[in-house]
Design a protein around this ligand. Structure first.
Ligand code: ADP
Length: 399
C-alpha cells in the first residue's frame, strides 16, 4: 500500500458518505455511509475488503460523533497511517473558486459566505470540514467544488436576463453543478475516442437523482443546464427542472401557497415523482411503463424529450457535437432512456447500436452508437470520489 491515500468526505444535512481512495490507482480501501444523522436511529454502514458492516449510533448523534467513530474505525483498520489529505466535496463555490483549494481560514470564510447561495448544502459541507479538521488536525483539508468546472462559462451563458444589479450586488447568476462528474467523464471520453482536447466538442449528461447536461468545448465547460440552484434545467427524480417563473406568483396568489410550499413542490414533489404519482426512482418508472402504466409512460417520455431537447440546444455553443456521454445512476444503467434519447437526436448523425447499448450497464463503459456515426454516444461511469482524491493528494503534495 502506497502512503498517498485520501479520505474523501461528502457531507449532507443528515448523511455523510466517505471513502479512503488511492488516487494513483482509484482503488477504494474503505467506503461507507453514515445516515439518518441527528435522527432517532442513525447508523454507519461501511465496506472493507469486500465485507459489509453496520455500526449503530445513539439516537440524535450527528456529524461530529459520526466522524469520531469514522476516525476510530480508520485507526483500528490501520488505514490512518496511509492518509495524506482529507478531500471534501463542497457543493457551491460561487465565483470565488475556479478550482480545488487547500482549506485555510480565508477559504473557510468564503465557503461560509457562499452558504447564502446554497443554504441546503454548504452548511452541511462545513459541518464535515469542521469535524474532519478537528479529528485529523495534522492533515491538509482540501475543498473540491461542484461549481468550479463551470466557472469557464461566459456571461452570455451564465447571466439571467434580470436587472444587472442583482448579479453585481447579490451574485445572482447561473453557476451549474455536478462539475466534478462532467469534468471526469468528458476527460475519459476524449481519451477513449482519441480526440484532441483542444478541438473537442462533448456533451455530458449526468443523470442521477439530480440531472444536468454540460456543453464542453476544448475541455472547458461553456454551458450547463443547472443554474443558480440545482433546480433549473432537466426533469429530475423529484425536481421540476425548467418551469415558467410566472407559476410562482400563480401558486401564491391564486392557490394560496407559501414560499416554503412552492419550494417543496418544485424540489421534492415534482419531476418523475410528480408526473407519475408513483415514484421518483427511474427503475420503478421503467417497470411500470413496461406494464402499461399511463403516467409512468408519460413521465418517461417527458424526461427523455426534455433531455434530448436540452442536448440538441447545446450544439449551438459547441458548433457541432463529437460525442454525447451518459453517466450517473440512470445514464450508466438505463438502456431504455439512452435509446429513446439517441433516437430523438438522430438528426445529429447518431443511431443506437442495440447490443452495445444493452452491454454498457452496471459499471461497464462502452460506445453505444453504430460505427461510422458522425456523433458518437458513450456510457462512462462517473467517479467523483476519485477526482476529489486526486486533487486533494496533488494539493497536499504541492504544499
Ligand atoms: P445520486 O444522484 O443520488 O448519486 P445515482 O447516480 O445513484 O443518484 O442515481 C440514482 C438513479 O439511478 C435512480 O433514479 C435510480 O432509479 C437510477 N438507476 C439505478 N439503476 C438503474 C437501472 N438499472 N435502470 C434504470 N435506472 C437506474
Amino acid at each position: 500500500m502506497s502512503s498517498t491515500h485520501v479520505l474523501v468526505l461528502n457531507c449532507g444535512s443528515s448523511s455523510l458518505k466517505f471513502a479512503i481512495i488511492d488516487p494513483n490507482t482509484a482503488q477504494e480501501h474503505l467506503s461507507g455511509l453514515a445516515e439518518r444523522l441527528g435522527e432517532s436511529n442513525p447508523q454507519i454502514k461501511y465496506k472493507h475488503q469486500g465485507q459489509k458492516h453496520t455500526v449503530a449510533l445513539n439516537a440524535g448523534e450527528a456529524h461530529q460523533i459520526a466522524i469520531d467513530k469514522l476516525v476510530e474505525l480508520v485507526k483500528s483498520l490501520g488505514l490512518d497511517k496511509e492518509l495524506v489529505a482529507v478531500g471534501h466535496r463542497v457543493v457551491h463555490g460561487g465565483e470565488h473558486f475556479t478550482q480545488s483549494v487547500l482549506i485555510d481560514d480565508t477559504v473557510h470564510q468564503a465557503i461560509v459566505k457562499t452558504a447564502d447561495l446554497a443554504p441546503l448544502h454548504n452548511p452541511a459541507n462545513l459541518l464535515g470540514i469542521d469535524a474532519a479538521t478537528k479529528a485529523f488536525s495534522h492533515l491538509p483539508q482540501v475543498a473540491v467544488f461542484d461549481t468550479a468546472f463551470h466557472q469557464s462559462m461566459s456571461p452570455t451563458a451564465y447571466l439571467y436576463a434580470l436587472p444587472y444589479e442583482l448579479y453585481k450586488s447579490h451574485g445572482i447568476r447561473r453557476y451549474g453543478f455536478h462539475g466534478t462528474s462532467h469534468y471526469f467523464v468528458s476527460t475519459q471520453a476524449i481519451k477513449a475516442l482519441g480526440l484532441e482536447q483542444k478541438s473537442s466538442r462533448i456533451i455530458t449528461a449526468h443523470l442521477g437523482n439530480g440531472c444536468s447536461v454540460c456543453a464542453i468545448k476544448d475541455g472547458k465547460s461553456v454551458d450547463t443546464s443547472m443554474g443558480l440552484t440545482p433546480l433549473e434545467g432537466l426533469i429530475m427524480g423529484t425536481r421540476s427542472g425548467d418551469i415558467d417563473p410566472g407559476l410562482f406568483s400563480y401558486l401564491v396568489n391564486q392557490l394560496g401557497y407559501s414560499v416554503e410550499q412552492v419550494d417543496t413542490l418544485l424540489n421534492k414533489q415534482s419531476g418523475l415523482q410528480g408526473i407519475s404519482e408513483l415514484s421518483n426512482d427511474c427503475r420503478t418508472i421503467e417497470e411500470a411503463a413496461a406494464d402499461g402504466h399511463p403516467q409512468a409512460t408519460l413521465a418517461l417520455d417527458m424526461f427523455c424529450y426534455r433531455l434530448a431537447k436540452q442536448i440538441a440546444s447545446f450544439a449551438v455553443p459547441l458548433g457541432g457535437v463529437d460525442a454525447l456521454v451518459f453517466t450517473g445512476g440512470i445514464g450508466e444503467n438505463s438502456d431504455v432512456i439512452r435509446a429513446k434519447v439517441v433516437e430523438q437526436l438522430s438528426f445529429l448523425g447518431m443511431e443506437i447500436d442495440a447490443q452495445a447499448n444493452l452491454d454498457a450497464r452496471f459499471g461497464k463503459e462502452g460506445e453505444i452508437t453504430r460505427s461510422g456515426n458522425t456523433t458518437k454516444a458513450l456510457v462512462i461511469p462517473t467517479n467523483e470520489e476519485w477526482v476529489i482524491a486526486h486533487d486533494a493528494a496533488q494539493l497536499a503534495q504541492e504544499q
